[in-house]
Ligand binder design. Structure first.
Ligand SMILES: Nc1nc2c(ncn2[C@@H]2O[C@H](COP(=O)(O)OP(=O)(O)OP(=O)(O)O)[C@@H](O)[C@H]2O)c(=O)[nH]1
Ligand SMILES: [Mg+2]
Length: 314
């Protein structure tokens, strides 16, 4: 898949966000010349809030635009759109970091997937596995959701479809023990990438959150650098609640990245901007569907363009 089809795919899938943000913006500025007064900035801030950017990012974007209008020649809706894309990109760029897999000869890249219930952890685990497999890496999965009935089978069925091994124990067994087994297996097989699926847990549940700490400790005992990546999966449709989920998981387990899923649905993708503003972690991919290929590498500028309704120029 070329960068162009990936980004145009993103553009097409983010239709709900575009409808809200771009539709609102075109209503605000119409076409042609724009007269900048406080009402315009207030309306712009409202549009950004409605697109799910949250208060902090919306305020930052609007004040940066005010400054640009004061210091540069922005007098049309087109130039304002471009300035808006610039501002959104400058926030999103902190997230632009791909996940780096190497040869497993010195031990696997260990990725721990975490998040609240039903956000898409297992599906994203499978999508990531397919992504690494496609780029020529060997992959192993760890079925550490030993809590929810049928969770192990769900991951195993993805493993079968992809021809990727799944290390599992029985339902109800200790998730940290499965993580330990999975890392041992990945090391002895020389696997490049080990992805560990974990049970959904509410970020307000202290006991369940503490269990994640145990998984991490067991992994780091076997390999001091593991897990190399701890990826929070959030449902793009949750809106600003994604921020409190990220804060809680960051505090409990430390995050290296965030994957926002379901951006093909009714989600307003602005939450990705809100997350990037508050959490200086990677946003390696966004999820745009239920299929195995519905994962897009995150490119700050393309995402910003898709948000404001401008197709990628790449
Ligand atoms: N539309 C859409 N659906 C998705 C996406 N990612 C996951 N889903 C769907 O969301 C539902 C839940 O996905 P799972 O991967 O099982 O979520 P989970 O976080 O592992 O759930 P628990 O293990 O129960 O906490 C499934 O129906 C997935 O097909 C996405 O990017 N877009
Ligand atoms: Mg799951």
């Amino acid at each position: 898949m070329t960068a162009d089809t990936e980004s145009s795919g993103l553009f097409a899938r983010l239709k709900k966000t575009r409808a809200s943000l771009a539709g609102g913006l075109s209503g605000l500025f119409g076409g042609g010349r724009v007269h900048f007064d406080d009402d315009v900035y207030d309306d712009l801030e409202d549009q950004l809030l409605m697109a799910d950017l949250g208060v902090e990012a919306s305020t930052a974007v609007v004040s940066a635009l005010r400054e640009r209008v004061r210091t540069t020649r922005i007098d049309s809706s087109e130039s304002l759109n471009e300035a808006l894309i610039d501002e959104l990109s400058s926030i999103l760029i902190t997230g632009e970091r791909p996940l780096a897999a190497q040869s497993g000869a010195n031990g696997p890249l260990v990725i721990l997937m975490v998040g609240v219930n039903g956000v898409g952890k297992t599906t994203t685990t499978a999508k990531l596995a397919a992504y690494f497999q496609k780029s020529g890496h060997s992959v192993l999965l760890g079925a550490c959701d030993t809590f929810r009935a049928a969770a192990i089978e769900q991951l195993q069925s993805w493993g079968e479809r992809l021809g990727i091994g799944v290390i599992a124990q029985s339902h109800g067994s200790d998730a940290a023990a499965v993580a330990h087994d999975a890392l041992s297996a990945a090391r002895s097989r020389g696997t490049d990438v080990l992805i560990i699926d974990s049970a959904g847990r509410q970020h307000v549940n202290a006991d369940l959150m503490a269990q994640l700490g145990k998984i991490r400790r067991v992994l780091s005992k076997a390999d001091a650098a593991a897990p190399h990546e701890t990826l929070l999966v959030v449902d793009g449709g949750t809106g600003q609640n994604a921020l409190s989920q990220a804060a809680a998981f960051e505090k409990e387990v430390g995050l290296t990245g965030i994957c926002v899923t379901k951006l093909d649905g009714t989600a307003r993708g602005g939450v990705v901007v809100a997350l990037a503003k508050q959490f200086p972690v990677a946003i390696p991919f966004v999820g745009v569907g239920e299929g195995i290929a519905d994962l897009r590498p995150f490119k700050a500028r393309d995402f910003a363009r898709a948000l404001v309704g401008a197709p990628s120029t790449e």
